[in-house]
Design a protein around this ligand. Sequence first.
Ligand code: PEP
Ligand code: MN
Length: 371
Amino acid sequence: MSTLFTSSLAAWSGVEGRPLVIAGPCSAESEEQLAETARRLRGARIDYFRAGVWKARTRPTNFEGVGAAALPWLVKVGRQFGMKTATEVATAQHVELALKEGVDLLWIGARTTVNPFSVQEIADALRGVTVPVLVKNPASPDLALWLGALERVNRAGVRKLGVIHRGFTVVGNKRYRNAPMWELAIELRRMHPDVPILADPSHISGRRDMILDVAQQAMDIGLDGLMIEAHSNPDQAWSDPAQQVTPERLTEIIALLKVRRETSADAGYLASLEALRDRIDHLDHDLLDLLAKRMRVVEEIGEYKRANNVATLQVSRWNALLEDRLARAGELGLSPEYARALYEIIHRESVRRQSEVLNEEPAASASSNSK
Ligand code: PEP
Ligand code: MN
């Protein structure tokens, strides 16, 4: 694991004890649209006013952004309403143009992070640059690719670095536009605790009615900030209309968020937490002992199957087992999704271990051993 050299979010943004907020329209459409949105955002605590200028669109017929002509609008409107500004860059030229115009923060979009050539080109253009740079996760749930992009930017000397978790394209996902898979953000935090992580509930949800809920989920796991799309007239937006909120709703969402603390110094809290965590540690050890015991039995079954030349998998048994365990889990108050996921892992590993046993030489018996 390589080290990342980063300065803290508080050091480069001045924000501490509350989430950093980046808000503004998906795309810059006109100076008036930006000004109207920014004016109506004045009551909210916005740290950076965002607008997409170059839009990486799925289809060539979609609106691809106004382009460099929108940069002066963004910077002017930001200055007018006292907000720093942010935009997405996808090429070295974008970096150059955005910085020349005075944009205060740049981010690399999900469709760019997937391509190491593009990221390297951007990183080279960022050498010697002092603005903060945020790297959105790649569209696919590939943590190594995400970290690789961060490393490229960091090796170019960018220290004011952070990431934006905007969800992932995965099969079978229906609820969200991009499945949140928070576990990737949590793993990134475990590996690099100093890297600030923002969430983008707009691109995760794809629907404005889910944004508060997703933003709260991000706060609940202790993420450091939010990027949320807000538009003066969301339904008429030229890109991502369904997920944009009015500036007033954005102000409300921020006010409704419950921001969780990293910890509490309260002695009663700390003592109770320690006692409960001690119980968890013991229970986990018991759980592992049980899993190991279960595996011994699985192996023993494997030996009988090998002696009788029987396959590892009997679908009827697997179905009956799953049905029984899901019912039992339900009675115990565990969700069926959780129980199913757990049993799929347990069963997969049992089948794998049994096929190893099936292919092992039988242990030499006493009779065959004697000469
Ligand atoms: C955006 O922020 O407008 C955007 C295009 O996001 P993403 O790169 O996450 O799709
Ligand atoms: Mn968008």
